[in-house]
Write a protein that binds this ligand. Structure first.
Ligand SMILES: [Fe+2]
Length: 440
């Protein structure tokens, strides 16, 4: 899942070594003098990298001149052609999976570094376990064997519990997790009719349901064991050419999106705290492997991800923020229009944040919330808020301006979901906006 804050991704070159800085003439402190010089150099570097906007005073001057209506005024000097703006210097960005060795260790939060409201904050054993898993991810370099995690029975139990809840929701209207296979076994028109009926009732994107069923049939995904990244990576690469790379925690939006441009998905391997299996405040192995990976095996959806990633290359910070919001409201929490007119589900989920959260998936598509496990710590945000009916708005080209300007909660259910006309429709909207960003 994409993290919120844009972290320390400044790619400005490091300051030159401070060799024998001259003492400050006022305080005689050579250290202060050197720090000041470094700050000035860095500031100038930023100034030169991005064309400066017109100063407010200059705008006012132009407006006043236009409004003067030709009233006598000192004749202006012949206007010289303004010098062309300096070309915007693009910062370095990774374009290959190997390049990601440079950014993958720049996690904003990793290991046992948990916030005080994290369900595992007070659990020393859980924090230690996470630290061990994330340390292996931090050591990974492109070309190494993907880390294998020997998951403990308690971790597998968490996976199995969430798998069962999500499988039940995926099967709504679809005749069970094997509904597609059963329809295919009928053959001919009967199979087509059964498949169409199953698809109408789905509350998840039919392409996603089919991808999960395929992964299960091939032994890549299972409710009985947490998959290892190696098998998932090979399966995914065979379908769309994408790769999965281990990561120790949250990356900055820039680094994460740049990875998508290289057709690499950064995936955590630790699992959420067992006290709240239906909720995680951060991406975990359930979110990555049950949410994102099956979607990335679908060519149209993989292309949508890659489009956002390519648009993020060398983009300004404000463009990265807009792309991150577009990613959030589509890849993480996107909905599709269903087939209510034919008696089917009115909405279908394709966002990975929905497809890995039983509670929010049910709420987003208008189903009753699934029962929580006995003894589960239902935190604020893990249960529906007072108004259970979220706001659902069409995802159109016109709506993108609103999408990229919208804030969103990260520790509670979403207030707004944007609904697209199929995965191809979502991809078209994203591609159109990505072209705008690249033209900026
Ligand atoms: Fe995600």
């Amino acid at each position: 899942m994409l993290p919120l804050p844009d972290g320390p991704t400044d790619a400005c070159p490091p300051p030159p070594p401070l060799l024998r800085p001259s003492p400050c003439p006022l305080c005689k402190s050579s250290i202060m003098s050197a720090l000041l010089a470094t700050a000035v150099r860095r500031g100038l570097s930023r100034w030169a990298a991005v064309p400066s906007p017109l100063p407010p005073g200059a705008r006012h001057h132009l407006a006043a001149s236009a409004a003067s209506g030709g009233v006598a005024a000192p004749a202006p000097a012949p206007a010289a052609a303004p010098p062309p703006p300096p070309p915007r210097r693009r910062r370095w960005y990774p374009t290959t999976p190997a390049d990601l060795d440079t950014v993958a260790a720049r996690t904003l939060q990793a290991g046992d570094d948990l916030s005080s409201d994290h369900p595992g904050f007070a659990d020393a054993a859980y924090r230690s376990r996470r630290a061990a898993i994330t340390a292996a991810a931090a050591r990974y370099r492109w070309g190494d064997p993907l880390p294998v995690v020997a998951y403990a029975p308690a971790e597998t139990a968490t996976w199995t519990a969430v798998w069962a809840q999500l499988a039940a929701l995926r099967a709504v209207g679809g005749g069970g997790s094997g509904g597609g296979a059963a329809a295919a076994a009928m053959g001919g028109a009967a199979a087509a009719a059964a498949a169409a009926a199953a698809a109408r009732g789905r509350v998840v994107a039919p392409e996603y349901a089919a991808a999960v069923e395929g992964a299960v049939a091939e032994g890549v995904l299972s409710g009985d064991a947490i998959p290892q990244l190696g098998g998932v990576d090979a399966w995914l690469h065979d379908r769309t050419g994408w790769r999965v790379r281990p990561v120790g925690g949250l990356l900055s939006p820039r680094d994460f999106l740049n990875g998508l441009g290289a057709k690499v998905f950064h995936a955590t391997q630790y699992i959420r705290h067992p006290s709240v299996p239906g909720y995680t405040p951060e991406p975990d192995v359930i979110h990555e492997l049950l949410g994102h990976v099956p979607l990335l095996s679908i060519p149209a959806f993989a292309g949508l991800n890659e489009t956002i990633g390519i648009a993020s290359r060398g983009a300004r910070d404000d463009a990265i923020e807009r792309l991150a919001r577009l990613y959030w409201f589509t890849v993480e929490f996107g909905l599709l229009w269903g087939d209510a007119a034919a008696g089917g589900a009115p909405y279908r989920a394709y966002g990975a944040g929905l497809l890995s959260s039983p509670g929010e998936l049910a709420r987003a598509v208008g189903l009753p919330a699934p029962p929580t496990a006995e003894g589960e710590d239902v935190r604020e945000g893990a249960s529906p808020p007072a108004n259970p009916e979220p706001d659902r708005r069409p995802l159109t080209l016109e709506a993108v301006a609103e999408v990229v300007a919208s804030s969103y909660p990260v520790t509670s259910f979403q207030r707004v979901y944007y609904v697209a006309q199929g995965l191809e429709g979502a991809a078209d909207v994203v591609a159109a906006y990505a072209r705008q960003v690249q033209a900026e």
